[in-house]
Write a protein that binds this ligand. Structure first.
Ligand code: MLT
Ligand code: MN
Ligand code: ZN
Length: 310
């Protein structure tokens, strides 16, 4: 009898993912942007989105963040599970990084008040942090920096199995080499695979194109959260917002023959959710034809506060 109850308890835990922020760099509304989406957010017509970050757990008690957006403090404020359980405490025991851009790392500076956690990243992403001494505010005796190797599984707090893997991407915007090797797979742009109780979930907030290796990896997944930066490649140029194409930014578009909707259509993925959605993207507008097309194709648009349970 006791054994039976234990077995049931062991299988009753679920992989929980909370979207803390679903926006791309800048969020929506972006501080200096008067585009249609940003104005609609200011007018209360479209939901705001802070910059991309998620929290994951298998026991609902011990949590890990994947990326740490500049808005982390307000993101945490909105989630009761992530509040301290004692005078000095945080349920967040680890942070995994998928990139070195500001939207992935700036929130780390707000987690500096002396509560320990483990910071897991590739060697190159750790180097990026080490090269910016402001991150030394996360004292090494408090925040343990652990190097993860792409393709080598590791265990997050609570027993969640994770593996990072290389994704076609780009160096951070502020680095001198940012225009080089766009679309290369290396240690700079990372995806995270989470496995629990036979289920597989992927977090891929930045991706330049779907390589064969990446397609093979995510085939048959239960959930994929995927780069939803742009609807179309020339969207920022057409809107007069920037001179950069999506390709130049290292972001695949949603639409078109080479877009993510087409690339992920036949991979047998049970649930596909866009994340890291830029404010220029018309799919953020709930009544837009682009949103309709995306939903017809079986996709969901991630939002701040969205919960995924597996
Ligand atoms: C990106 O995803 O391309 C970056 O977040 C750009 C930025 O840092 O503004
Ligand atoms: Mn970004
Ligand atoms: Zn805007």
């Amino acid at each position: 009898m006791v054994t039976a109850i234990r077995a049931e308890e062991a299988t009753s835990s679920a992989l929980q993912l909370l979207i803390l922020g679903a926006g791309a760099g800048g969020g929506s509304p972006q501080w200096n942007c008067g585009c249609t989406v940003c104005q609609q957010v200011r007018d209360g017509v479209t939901a705001p989105r802070t910059q991309a970050s998620v929290a994951v757990s298998v026991d609902g008690t011990r949590w890990s963040l994947i990326d740490c957006a500049p808005e982390i403090l307000t993101q945490l404020q909105n989630v009761p599970e992530l509040a301290p359980a004692q005078l000095r405490h945080s349920p967040i025991e680890a942070v995994v990084l998928t990139g070195g851009d500001i939207d992935h790392i700036a929130g780390l500076l707000s987690l500096r008040e002396g509560t320990p956690f483990e910071l897991l990243a590739t060697g190159e992403l750790h180097q990026t942090l080490s090269a910016n001494s402001v991150f030394d505010v996360l004292r090494p005796d408090v925040v343990r920096r652990t190097r993860v190797e792409s393709g080598t599984p590791f265990t997050l707090p609570g027993g969640l199995q994770a593996t990072t893997f290389a994704v076609p991407g780009k160096a951070p915007l502020y680095q001198p080499n940012e225009a080089e090797n766009i679309g290369a797979e290396g240690d700079t742009t990372i995806g995270v695979e989470l496995r629990h109780a036979g289920k597989r979930l992927y977090y891929i907030p930045g991706c330049a194109h779907l390589s064969e290796a990446l397609a093979a990896r995510i085939r048959g997944a239960d959930v994929v959260l995927f780069d939803g930066t742009l609807w179309r490649d020339d969207e920022l140029i057409a809107a007069g917002l920037s001179h950069k194409s999506g390709a130049r930014m290292g972001h695949i578009s949603m639409s078109g023959p080479d877009g993510s909707m087409a690339a992920l259509a036949d991979l047998g993925i049970k649930r596909r959710i866009y994340i890291h959605i830029n404010n220029s993207n018309p799919a953020l507008l709930e009544q837009s034809p682009e949103r309709h097309m995306l939903e017809e194709a079986g996709w969901e648009v991630g939002f701040d506060g969205m919960r995924v349970t597996l």
